[in-house]
Design a protein around this ligand. Structure first.
Ligand code: KE4
Length: 424
C-alpha cells in the first residue's frame, strides 16, 4: 500500500503531512490520496488507482494534465537552464498574452502564487490611494495574506477579527468583511468608512464558498461605488481568470476592475501568479514607482513557457463554449441522479466551474452556503473516490471541467456518480 506508506512518512516530516491544509482531507475524512501521474482528464494514485479528475489541481489544469504542447515547451526550456534571475524573453511573451486577453490590464507583474498577487495588489492600492482600509466579502478567499486572512466582525460593516493565530488585531482591524451579494452592506460600509477605504477585493464569481455567481448589478455597484469614493476595485481572478472566458469574469460580466489578480490557469500548472491593471496604476510599482514588491523566481522561464503555451491554446482554440456545454451536461446529470434518489441539493454553475451543495436553500452568499450538509458531502466525496471520480475534498470548493474531458469521460463519470449515489 504505497499510498498509506507515503502518507505516514509525510505525517512525520510536514505539518499534517501536507504542503497545503486542504490536501489532508480533514473536511471529508479518510486517508488522503497521493497522486503520482496525470494524463488528460485522468490521474493515478500511488497504488495505481485511476480517477476521472474534476479537481484539476484546484483550477490550473483547464487543458488537462500533461498537455503535449505544455510538456514540450517545459522540456525544451529546462534544457537551457531553470532560472537566471534576470529578464528572459518568455516573461515578455506571457505579459503580451495577458495584456492582449484581459480587458483591464495594460501592464502586469508576475509573482509566484495567487497569495503573492493579492497581497501585492492590496499594498499597491494602499500605496496609490494613501488609504488604509480594505473591504472583502465573507466566504471569499484570497490566499493567506494577513490583511485578507480575517473573519467577519460582530456586525455588518464592522472591523474584522484575525482569521488565525499569528495575525495581530491591529492588522485585522484594517479590514472590513461584509456579506457577498449584499448591496445594502456595500452601501453601509462606504457610508461609514468610504473616505478611508483603499480598496474592495472580490472574487467576481466566488469559488471559495463553493461557486456563487454575483447577483445582477452587484459587480456594477462595486465598480461605481469605488470609483465615486476614490477607492480601487480589485478583482481576484485567480480562479476565474482565463477560465470563464479569454478575459475572465471581467470580460464575461463587462465590468473592469482597477487591478486584476491572476494565478492558476495563468501558469498552466506551474507556480505563477500576477497582478495587473492600467499603466497609471501599475507604474506605481517598483522600480518604476515607489510601491515595493519583488521575487527571486518571479517570471521564472520554465513557469513562463508553461503559461505561454496554456494561454496561446486558450486564445487560439476558444474552448469556452464547449467547456460550458460539457459542464452543463455533467452538472445537470449529477443533479438528476441526486433528485432521483431524493437527496436535497443545489448546484451553482458558471461556465466550467460548479459546486454541488447539499442544501434545499438557494446559495447566494456564505451564510446560505453554510446551510449545506457537510457530513453528507464527506460521504458523497468518499463514495465518488471509491468509484474512481476525484472532486475537491471540501464542500466549499469547485468542480472543474477541462478541454481534456471528452463526451465519453462525462458519460463515464455520470455512471460512476450514479453507482456512488446508490450506495449513499
Ligand atoms: P495560492 O496562493 O494558493 O496560489 O492562491 C491563493 C488564492 C487566491 N485567490 C483565490 C480566488 C483562490 O482560490 C486562491 C487559492 N485557492 C485555493 C482553493 N480554492 C487553493 C487550494 C489550496 O489552498 O491548497
Amino acid at each position: 500500500m504505497n499510498n498509506r506508506k507515503i502518507v505516514q512518512e509525510a505525517l512525520e516530516l510536514m505539518p499534517g503531512g501536507v504542503n497545503s491544509p486542504v490536501r489532508a482531507f480533514k473536511a471529508v475524512g479518510g486517508e488522503p490520496v497521493v497522486l503520482v501521474k496525470g494524463r488528460g482528464c485522468r490521474v493515478w494514485d500511488a497504488d495505481g488507482k485511476e480517477y476521472i479528475d474534476f479537481l484539476a489541481s484546484w483550477g490550473p489544469l483547464i487543458l488537462g494534465h500533461a498537455h503535449p504542447k505544455v510538456v514540450k515547451a517545459v522540456k525544451d526550456e529546462v534544457e537551457k537552464g531553470l532560472s537566471f534571475g534576470l529578464t528572459n524573453p518568455h516573461e515578455v511573451k506571457l505579459a503580451q498574452l495577458v495584456v492582449e486577453m484581459v480587458p483591464s490590464v495594460e501592464k502586469v507583474r508576475f509573482v509566484n502564487s495567487g497569495t503573492e498577487a493579492t497581497m501585492s495588489a492590496v499594498r499597491l492600492a494602499r500605496g496609490v490611494t494613501g488609504k488604509k482600509l480594505v473591504v472583502k466579502f465573507d466566504g471569499c478567499y484570497h490566499g493567506h495574506y494577513d490583511s485578507l486572512l480575517v473573519s467577519a466582525g460582530s456586525g455588518v460593516a464592522t472591523f474584522a477579527i484575525p482569521g488565525t493565530p499569528g495575525i495581530p488585531e491591529e492588522i485585522a482591524n484594517l479590514t472590513l468583511v461584509i456579506p457577498f451579494n449584499d448591496e445594502s452592506a456595500v452601501r453601509e460600509v462606504f457610508e461609514k468608512h468610504g473616505e478611508e477605504i483603499a480598496c474592495v477585493i472580490v472574487e467576481p464569481v466566488a469559488g471559495n464558498m463553493g461557486v456563487v455567481p454575483p447577483k445582477e448589478g452587484f459587480l456594477e455597484l462595486l465598480r461605481e461605488i469605488t470609483r465615486d469614493s476614490g477607492s480601487l476595485l480589485i478583482f481576484d481572478e485567480v480562479i476565474t481568470g482565463f477560465r470563464l472566458s479569454k478575459g475572465g469574469a471581467q470580460e464575461l460580466f463587462g465590468v473592469e476592475p482597477d487591478i486584476t489578480c491572476m494565478g492558476k490557469v495563468l501558469g498552466g500548472g506551474m507556480p505563477v501568479g500576477a497582478y495587473g491593471g492600467k499603466k497609471e496604476i501599475m507604474s506605481q510599482v517598483a522600480p518604476e514607482g515607489p510601491v515595493y514588491q519583488a521575487g527571486t523566481l518571479s517570471g521564472n522561464p520554465v513557469a513562463m513557457v508553461a503559461g505561454v503555451e496554456t494561454l496561446k491554446e486558450l486564445r487560439d482554440s476558444e474552448p469556452y463554449g464547449e467547456l460550458d456545454r460539457k459542464a452543463d451536461k455533467l452538472s445537470k446529470g449529477v443533479s438528476k441522479i441526486l433528485k432521483d434518489k431524493g437527496i436535497p441539493h443545489r448546484i451553482n454553475r458558471v461556465g466550467s466551474m460548479f459546486t454541488v451543495f447539499f442544501t434545499e436553500r438557494e446559495v447566494y452568499d456564505f451564510e446560505s452556503a453554510k446551510s449545506s450538509d457537510t457530513e453528507l458531502f464527506g460521504r458523497f466525496f468518499q463514495k465518488l473516490l471509491e468509484k474512481g471520480v476525484l472532486i475537491p475534498p471540501a464542500q466549499f470548493e469547485a468542480w472543474f471541467v477541462s478541454t481534456a474531458h471528452e463526451e465519453e469521460h462525462i458519460e463515464d463519470a455520470l455512471n460512476r456518480v450514479e453507482d456512488a449515489v446508490k450506495e449513499l
